[in-house]
Design a binder for this molecule. Structure first.
Ligand code: DX5
Ligand code: ZN
Length: 224
């Protein structure tokens, strides 16, 4: 199933509950929470207290993308705050298998993230144990960046491995996903589509989400 994971990084933080409600009315089914620490990426955003604050205002799953050093230290706090999915960067984890197991042990769906310059082979050994693989289609740190088209081949590679090896992970893509780029990533095999600026722009959040999903699903149907 193709799903829109809207990134609240581009929402109006002063009205987060309303922004979430509007994007949900537009068809968004996952809330993507971009957690940045100013070390792993050159920007700071939010952490477990914000996850805890939005937990009671929505029934949608909270997908926390940790762009932080030493994620193990914070995984229990995200679980406690109400996160449903947690993704960690392979580049930030010295003991990736242990970190993914820790996420699962806390009752959350574990995902692994690849920066644009990281070969897909770096996650080969953990593919059987992850709920999703997140392919970055920008260098992480900021919303509103330009899509890096090499992501399409990387998604196709992961989709091929999934069917050849019989694994079940979902393929998430994040960065510069818009009406223009969404078709290419869906055709390559992505099914969790992160979008921030494409959704929360021009004061037309609901309509943006509806149109985004229409384009994504029509690209998906042409595949079937
Ligand atoms: C970038 C974040 C993305 C970002 C996407 O580091 O991981 O989730 O919010 O924003 P857009 O959709 O504007 O590229
Ligand atoms: Zn993200």
């Amino acid at each position: 199933m193709i799903e829109l994971a809207f990134s609240i990084l581009s929402a109006d933080f002063a009205h987060l509950a309303d922004e979430i409600a509007t994007a949900t009315r537009g068809g968004g089914t996952i809330i993507h929470v971009d957690v940045m620490d100013g070390h792993f990426v050159p920007n700071i955003t939010f952490g477990p207290p914000v996850v805890k604050a939005i937990r009671p205002v929505t029934k949608l799953p909270l997908d926390c993308h940790l762009m932080i050093e030493d994620p193990d230290k914070f995984i229990p706090a995200f679980a406690e705050a109400g996160a449903d999915m947690v993704s960690v960067h392979v580049e930030a984890c010295r003991h990736l298998n242990r970190t993914l197991q820790l996420i699962a042990d806390h009752g959350m769906a574990a995902g692994v993230v690849l920066n644009p310059a990281t070969p897909v082979e770096m996650v080969a050994e953990v593919l059987p144990m992850v709920h999703h693989v997140l392919v970055m289609s920008v260098n992480p740190g900021f919303g509103g960046q330009k899509f890096l088209p090499r992501a399409v081949d990387r998604i196709a590679h992961l989709a091929r491995l999934r069917s050849e090896l019989g694994w079940n992970y979902r393929i998430e893509v994040d960065g510069g996903i818009s009406r223009e780029t969404v078709g290419s990533v869906v055709r390559a095999g992505a099914d969790m589509l992160v979008a921030g600026s494409a959704i929360f722009q021009s004061g037309k959040t609901e309509a943006n989400a509806v149109e985004f999903l229409r384009l994504a699903r029509s690209a998906g149907e042409r595949l079937a």
